[in-house]
Design a protein around this ligand. Structure first.
Ligand code: LMR
Length: 396
């Protein structure tokens, strides 16, 4: 049976991660996978996480099954983190399932969408996170793209985006990134969110908000402002969230899928379908990571420490957005890199061509995704000169 299989190429992002690991160049720089790095190039366990883990080790009383929705305390705390004190929560219209990471959440959402409408098409931004398209297609859904990023002007193609979305069918789903757009770093401003939310209401399509970087853009609340505005405007919403980046819990696989329904009764129906989807895919999520998040969010002291660590991570990324722009200009690079400062989160497109990206990899061991998406957190004071010199040489 297996002889019928054809080998497939490695995933563009994860393949890069493996290639970087194997590279023996002592100057190598990893600007590929979206994982936060500190000045030393490490991805440390957050202090608040370590403390919550110590608490859990002492206080965990059972390894029995956790239940389909996972840790209910975690689910409730995630709803508050995402929505604040939103009227949808007060009206008991939100149901959440803890999922194995943000990707698990998206897959659960895809199956949920299929149960609502087997013929639904999911509309994603051009460009979008490389895994979005294959993930929805693997779930048997159609995928179409809508204009989003203007490679030429390093801006949003907002008018084109709205024009395209005007013709989306009522039974379709539009995926939008809440903040820190992956891969471009280009986000909607407040007025654009309003236009988008009104359009969703008028046209009647369902919105899926992917929020994987809350707290990495401007602040926890500001990064969820568009999502909250949408929840103010439309009756139904799907929210896929991740704790990989903001809690640094990448390998623990912690995320959530939240469904906002029209009223409490329809929310119960949505929840029964959500849980049936979960049961048919992985039965129940793992406990450890979500317990850590619930422990942190349940303690004022740990929450404060986590906020501080999140501020440090965001501050470092933003500092380097500014430094990359300034240092490249100082080194005489003619191209304008000021767009890097207008973007949010870990990613930006440098706007390099294939040959330049390849040269950076083979001549300098600087790794970035083939679209020239870079993880800004991969730059440090220690490797900045090396990076700038390499950029000057490939841009000549
Ligand atoms: C990324 O975009 O680099 C991250 O979300 C990691 C991944 O799984 O692709």
């Amino acid at each position: 049976m297996f002889s019928a299989l054809k080998p497939l190429p490695t995933d563009p992002i994860l393949g890069l991660m493996a290639a970087f690991k194997q590279d023996t160049n002592p100057n190598k720089i990893d600007l590929g996978v979206g994982v936060y790095k500190d000045e030393q190039g490490n991805t440390p366990v957050l202090r608040a996480v370590k403390k919550a883990e110590a608490f859990r080790l002492e206080n965990e009383t059972t390894k029995s099954y956790i239940g389909l929705a996972g840790n209910l305390d975690f689910c409730q705390k995630m709803e508050s983190l995402l929505l604040g004190e939103h009227k949808a929560l007060l009206a008991n219209r939100v149901r959440t399932a803890q999922t194995p990471g943000g990707t698990g959440s998206l897959r659960v959402a895809a199956e949920f969408i299929k149960r609502c409408n087997t013929n639904a098409t999911v509309w994603v931004t051009t460009p979008t996170w490389a895994n979005h398209i294959s993930l929805f297609e693997a779930a048997g859904l159609g995928v179409k793209e809508y204009p989003y990023y203007d490679y030429e002007n390093k801006d949003l193609l907002f008018n084109e985006m709205i024009d395209t979305l005007k013709s989306v069918s009522k039974g379709d789903v539009v995926l939008i990134h809440a903040c820190c757009h992956n891969p471009s770093g280009m986000d909607l401003n407040a007025e654009q969110w309003e236009v988008f939310a009104e359009l969703a209401k008028d046209v009647g399509f369902t919105v899926l908000v992917d929020i994987a970087y809350q707290g990495f853009g401007t602040s926890l609340d500001a990064d969820a402002a568009g999502l909250r505005l949408l929840a103010d405007t439309v009756d139904e919403l799907i929210i896929c969230s991740s704790c990989s980046k903001n809690f640094g819990l990448y390998r623990e696989r912690v995320g959530a899928c939240s469904i906002i329904s029209e009223n409490a009764a329809t929310a119960d129906v949505s929840n029964s379908v959500l849980l049936s989807v979960v049961r048919s895919i992985y039965s129940m999520p793992p406990a450890h990571g979500a317990d850590i998040v619930a422990t942190i969010l349940g303690s004022n002291e740990l929450t404060q420490e986590w906020h501080q660590e999140l501020d440090e991570m965001r501050g470092r990324i933003n500092e380097f957005r500014g430094l990359i722009k300034t240092r490249l200009a100082e080194a005489g690079v003619e191209q304008d890199f000021s767009f890097i400062e207008r973007q949010h989160g870990m990613f930006s497109f440098l706007g390099l061509n294939k040959e330049q990206i390849e040269r950076l990899k083979t001549e300098y061991a600087i790794y970035m995704v083939g679209s020239s998406r870079v993880n800004v957190a991969g730059i440090s004071h220690g490797n900045m000169d090396y990076f700038v010199n390499a950029m000057v040489n490939v841009l000549k």
